[in-house]
Design a protein around this ligand. Structure first.
Ligand code: AMP
Ligand code: GLY
Length: 421
């Protein structure tokens, strides 16, 4: 069978790497892919991003399953359009993807269906937004309504920061249309975790838990990014917390969507805040796998991901269980100079060899030019390792990073540390 994977990040390299292990799959195309998917002999990059051209390609090449990595094509209705053309695709429709593509939609949805989340209000009027901040005080969180690649959220520790964020979004237009409407919400304390499930509209299969590191710098300082590193599993998600998340967040979300007349198929990602009393609140939904969470999660997955997603796209997820290796995995992101603002590109990367079966270098913002591998985006590589414990896996990943270099590379030195105890 033939598979098509949409996207060009570390998540898509990891999806393609895992799918290529399936004995069922003959050809795997990645659109548009990166240097990692180009150099892997099992994979083939195709330089197409337009949805109508992807549909034409899928028909010509007899694609049996298309898997969508990122949120943008989902929010543009790639799943609706593939289905209208009788092509099998795994992901949510445009309507279902609003859980991610509009913070206001997702907050109203959670309110309507009793899913625990932070108290909030939505604004398009700048004067009312400033007044609300004065009334509530800081710390407080300001979010652009639309998609902003993980960067449209400001956790303001002072009223001044909060007012500035409102000005940037509502009057300076820093996030364009995505920030023309904002959500202001209560600041939540606790530890974050990412909880991702696969859903075919009826059956829900949870993936292993994971934890991302959103801030650019060590000790959770600096600006929010798309994610600077992740590990799996997240020890904070004990079996008890796991059931609570399923019962209080995941099932009510799938059921709530159904009640609203929207069937949810695809990956559903709940970003959670868990406080010291194990109270859970939903920070956000994503309608796709996380990046970089996908890398350590899939590095631990036993079994055939292609078969699972193939069956999920045909409403047969109930025939599957998912099994995990009894270990931990860590991914450390190496980012380009000046990420997340204006990442510099075209720096040559050296030292990209990983020979140990317990390590892998997933590519993200990379490109092959004149037989060299160059940086081409903000997050460049996801250095991944697995071992018995998170600490050992993390140490192994840092050992591998020592051999890899490009001008201006930045990475955090404390990935996984919170979970070492
Ligand atoms: P989001 O895109 O909504 O997940 O927000 C990005 C990041 O901002 C989250 O991963 C948290 O680290 C932080 N964040 C978002 N909402 C809140 C909140 N209500 N309280 C504290 N931190 C938050
Ligand atoms: N790593 C967070 C995300 O993918 O949204």
């Amino acid at each position: 069978m033939n598979a098509l994977i949409i996207g060009n990040g570390g998540r898509e390299h990891a999806l393609a790497w895992k799918i290529s292990q399936s004995p069922l799959v003959k050809r795997i195309y990645v659109a548009p892919g990166n240097a990692g998917t180009e150099l892997d002999s099992h994979l083939e990059n195709i330089n197409i991003t337009d949805i109508d051209l992807l549909i034409k390609f899928a028909k010509e090449k007899d694609i049996d399953l298309t898997i969508v990595g990122p949120e943008t094509p989902l929010s543009k209705g790639i799943v609706n359009k593939f289905k209208e053309n009788n092509l099998y695709i795994f992901g949510p429709t445009r309507e279902a993807a609003q859980l991610e593509s509009s913070k206001d939609f997702s907050k109203k949805f959670m309110e309507r269906h009793g899913i625990p989340t932070a108290e909030y209000a939505t604004f398009t009027n700048i004067k009312f937004a400033h007044e609300y901040i004065e009334k509530k005080g800081s710390p407080i969180v300001i979010k652009a309504d639309g998609l902003a690649a993980g960067k449209g959220v400001v956790v303001a520790m002072t009223n001044e920061e909060a007012h500035n964020a409102v000005d940037l979004m509502l009057s300076d237009n820093q996030f364009g249309d995505a920030g023309a409407r904002i959500v202001i919400e209560e600041f939540l304390k606790g530890e974050e975790a990412s909880f991702i499930v696969i859903c075919d509209g009826e059956t829900v299969l949870p993936l292993a838990s994971s934890q991302d590191h959103k801030r650019l710098l060590d000790n959770d300082l600096g600006p929010n990014t798309g994610g600077m590193g992740a590990y799996s599993p997240a020890p904070i998600i004990s079996p008890e917390v796991h059931s609570k998340i399923m019962n209080d967040v995941i099932f009510p979300t799938i059921e709530g969507m159904k009640k609203d007349g929207i069937k949810f198929t695809g990956f559903l990602y709940a970003g959670l805040m868990i406080d010291k009393n194990k109270q859970i609140k939903t920070l956000e939904f994503n309608c796709r796998m996380g990046d970089p969470e996908t890398q350590p999660i899939l590095f631990r997955l036993k079994g055939d991901l292609f078969k699972i997603l193939f069956d999920a796209s045909r409403s047969r997820l109930n025939e599957h269980n998912i099994e995990w290796e009894n270990n931990s995995a860590t991914t450390i992101v190496m980012a380009a100079k000046n990420y997340p603002n204006q990442p510099r590109i075209n720096d040559e990367i050296i030292g990209l060899t990983s020979k140990n079966p317990d390590t892998y270098i997933f590519h993200a913002g990379t490109v092959v030019k004149n037989s060299k591998i160059l940086t081409s985006g903000g997050r460049v590589l996801g250095i991944t390792a697995k071992a018995k414990t998170i600490e050992e896996a993390t140490n192994k990943a840092y050992e591998l990073i020592n051999n890899i270099n490009f001008e201006g590379a930045q990475y955090r030195n404390d990935i996984g540390k919170k979970a070492f105890k």
